[in-house]
Design a binder for this molecule. Structure first.
Ligand SMILES: [Zn+2]
Length: 506
């Protein structure tokens, strides 16, 4: 966004320079002015491609029509899903009116490329292959852009501006960043493409709530069952507010939350919030799957949403090292639920203690890196808890050596300021090197070298003893006369919430 503003200012200055050339006859000055203009255009071209899409959907949600104007001729256009071609009704080069064929999930384009693309998609059919369609009210559909977004590959500086043109009764929710002051205008930039985002069209609940200074976009899909939408959005707002109990802000200023009712499910049973996930596909979306048959009061007792929000504290880590991202989320969900007052201090420590025990017993012959690279078979608890152990070790050490002035919260605060949200996929060493660069005295790469490739599980038992977390028969007792009891209490201490405004419906 900052980049866009500076380009607009730069382009705005060009007429002034041109006037200078006309008025100023001094050759020396004129050369300088030409050089300045050259520099300005060079800066503009560095901004990358800026493609323009206009997307229309009809009132019955059956068809989508797309017109794309590319900022330069493009020679490669594809859809991300292998299933996309079966929903493409027809595609044309709008300059020549030539019909374009598909080969796999690519469009066959003339060698010189095309500057304008026009295509139609059978939207309802595309939505029908989605997993949620059976239980959704047909007045709203959920369909991934991977099935209908035909576009060039985006380099880091490239952007697509998308303008939706919709009938009055049709709303849209997409994973992309909303453009200020442009109704239904969005900006699509490169992203890690972890998972596939969903787009929603039709009649559903779409609101913006203020959480710790961030305007969070919340979409709640309508199912065949009645949903207490005001209560559900209030639960989302309150739970999202937990994340600000780290450093006072939400980690992403343009995050989107999609609540998907799934009822009782085969995989979730009768759990109130059976599943959640973060999708980084064109923007960061947190998808929360709820069982709308359970009372919303039960949602507050679950950790799923706090776990997912905690993932936003880190950038997307490569899947083969997700023991780091899962571990940090497991660690923080317990700290944050204690800081919010939903867990007592001893309950939060019991959860961490139990998790560390399960992690220690999981795939004991493998290192965290090896276990994660090989997949979950028998190693799930190692993947979910070794990073949590490392997070605890780091957090306590940061607090100990700085007398409480530094902590994992302050490192993540600086991390957010320098690097989040991030469009790329990070490795564990990328992340920990970055953390160390944010500290006067490095710590994280040492811990990584010690634990990431070491067989077994980071042994936190001596540290827990120092913190005064003692277990008898598996039951945690907290002891305040322990050496590091003050640090233990500071990790979980209740924090007042940063004020959040009530839901602002639109
Ligand atoms: Zn997770």
């Amino acid at each position: 966004m900052l980049l866009n503003v500076s380009i607009t200012v730069v382009i705005g200055l060009i007429p002034i320079f041109l006037r200078t050339i006309i008025i100023n006859k001094n050759l020396h000055h004129r050369n300088w002015t030409y050089a300045a203009i050259g520099l300005l255009f060079a800066m503009h071209s560095h901004a990358g491609n800026d493609h323009r899409y206009t997307i229309s959907v009809d009132a019955s949600l059956s068809e989508m029509t797309v017109t794309a104007h590319f900022s330069t001729a493009v020679t490669d256009i594809s859809a991300r899903s292998e299933d996309a071609p079966q929903f493409l009704v027809a595609a044309y080069d709008c300059d020549s009116d030539e019909k374009l064929e598909t080969r796999g999930r690519r469009l066959v384009l003339p060698d010189a490329g095309i500057n304008c693309l026009n295509y139609r998609v059978d939207l309802r059919e595309a939505a029908n292959i989605g997993r949620h369609e059976q239980i959704l009210d047909p007045a709203n559909i959920a369909v991934s852009p991977t099935l209908w977004m035909w576009r060039p590959r985006l380099a880091a500086a490239d952007e697509i501006h998308v303008q939706f043109r919709l009938p009055d009764n049709v709303q849209v929710s997409v994973p992309w960043q909303p453009l200020d002051n442009i109704n239904n205008g969005y900006r699509l930039v490169a992203s890690p493409q972890s998972g596939t985002g969903i787009a929603i069209f039709g009649a559903f609940t779409s609101i913006v709530v203020d959480v710790a200074g961030t305007a969070l976009r919340i979409a709640v899909l309508n199912s065949h069952n009645v949903i207490d939408t005001p209560a559900v959005t209030e639960w989302v707002r309150e739970t999202a507010g937990n994340i600000a109990l780290t450093y006072g802000r939400f980690p992403n200023s343009s995050a989107r939350i999609v609540v998907i009712p799934v009822g009782q499910s085969m995989w979730g049973g009768d759990a109130a919030v059976p599943f959640g996930r973060v999708v980084r596909d064109g923007g960061e979306t947190i998808e929360l799957f709820i069982n709308e048959g359970r009372p919303v009061s039960e949602y507050y007792g679950t950790w799923t949403a706090t776990h997912e929000f905690s993932h936003l504290l880190l950038p997307y880590l490569q899947r083969s090292q997700r023991w780091i991202s899962e571990g940090f989320a497991q660690y923080y969900q317990n700290l944050l639920l204690a800081r919010a007052g939903q867990y007592t201090e001893s309950y939060a420590w019991q959860e961490l203690f139990d998790g560390f025990e399960r992690g220690r017993q999981s795939a004991p012959g493998a290192s965290p890196n090896a276990a994660t690279a090989e997949g979950e078979r028998g190693a799930r608890m190692k993947i979910y808890w070794s990073g949590a152990a490392l997070a605890l070790i780091a957090d306590v050490e940061l607090r100990r050596r700085s007398d409480g002035r530094e902590s994992l919260d302050t490192v993540l605060d600086r991390m957010q300021q320098c690097c989040l949200p991030s469009a790329r996929t990070w490795s564990g060493t990328d992340l920990f090197r970055q953390f160390d660069s944010l500290l006067v005295e490095p710590l994280f790469m040492d811990l990584y070298r010690q634990y990431a490739d070491a067989t077994g599980f980071p042994d936190v038992r001596p540290l827990l003893e120092q913190l005064g977390v003692r277990a008898e028969g598996g039951e945690v007792r907290l002891s305040d006369d322990a050496e590091l009891a003050t640090i233990r209490r500071s990790l979980m201490a209740r924090k007042p919430r940063t004020s959040s405004r009530a839901a602002d419906r639109r």
